[in-house]
Design a protein around this ligand. Structure first.
Ligand code: SAM
Length: 277
């Protein structure tokens, strides 16, 4: 396979900087630079874009993003041990990589990114899901980013792209499809990572829609969806009792059968219901 840059192989970087993987930080590294370049390509055309990368670790995906022509990468890493390795990449790509040490859940990135912005990350699963929900629920829409290219456990990736009628369908799928086009673009076996995790992974690519797919107030949509799926086995007329004594009338008005269950109902119908509460 071809070399993507002239920096040392990642195994050497890890040995030089003593980056033994820490479970507490969800560290499962990608060491194959051809694979990280492929993930970077899945993020679309990077030329002329600023990339926010979360959790760069030893920098495999960072190098992929830079080699694929990203205008700039701003990389936020919590583990201070990784910073010197990332600074070596910054030196090889002058002016194109800014390394920020911090927790992606609380770091302030104001003024660091210029539009258009794309986000790419191979993150621990719990942090990734929390950030995804935040990125999908800003106070205004469109958001500051154009697309998200994110690695998840395959089971979580399936929940993000799920369609009505499947077990995986729920709040995450509704949130993602309300604001984005989301699809799985790559599957990765545990052996792609060092150390290998217990489960398979997948890369999800989400492109922001110019506006939400159907009109609804975010808080109201969130409320009806949360209520409906908190008791997903119940018929909706029971699960949504909290909407008031006329819940069946509201369901009829939104063209939702009161005896249906949450997982059968499409986004458009949840948005119609949210407009009635
Ligand atoms: N992107 C690298 C790769 O693909 O090889 C590393 C992936 S590893 C699954 C997750 C990375 O996220 C680790 O480097 C870890 O230190 C970092 N990390 C974990 N929690 C974080 C947080 N809250 N904020 C920023 N980085 C975090």
């Amino acid at each position: 396979m071809s070399q993507i840059d002239t920096l040392p192989p990642l195994r050497e970087v890890i040995a030089t900087h003593g980056l033994s993987a820490r479970k507490s930080l969800g560290q499962n590294f990608l060491l194959d630079l051809n694979l990280t370049a492929k993930i970077a390509r899945a993020a679309g055309d990077l030329t002329g874009a600023d990339i926010l990368e979360v959790g760069p670790g030893p920098g495999g995906l960072t190098r992929g993003l830079l080699a694929q022509g990203a205008r700039r990468v701003v990389a936020v890493e919590k583990d201070s041990r990784c910073i010197p390795a990332l600074e070596e990449i910054a030196a090889a790509y002058p002016g194109r990589l800014e390394v920020v040490q911090g927790d992606a859940l609380s770091v302030d990135l104001a003024g660091k990114l210029s539009a258009p912005v794309k986000i790419a990350a191979n993150l621990p699963y719990n942090v990734g899901t929390e950030l995804l929900v935040r990125w999908l629920t800003p106070p205004t829409w469109p958001p500051f980013w154009q697309s998200l290219t994110l690695m998840f456990q395959r089971e979580v990736a399936q929940r993000i792209v799920a369609t009505p009628g499947s077990k995986a369908y729920g709040r995450l799928a509704l949130l993602a499809s309300w604001r984005t086009d989301a699809r799985i673009v790559m599957d990765l076996p545990p052996s792609a990572f060092t150390p290998p995790p217990k489960v398979s992974s997948a890369v999800v690519h989400l492109t922001a829609l110019p506006e939400p797919r159907y009109p609804a107030e975010p808080a109201k949509l969130e409320r009806v969806v949360a209520m409906a799926f908190n008791q997903r086995r119940k018929m909706l007329r029971a699960a949504l009792k909290g909407l008031g004594p006329d819940v069946e009338d509201k369901l009829h008005a939104a063209a939702i059968p009161p005896t249906a269950r949450a997982e059968e109902i499409e986004l458009e119908r949840f948005c119609a219901l949210a407009r009635l509460v």
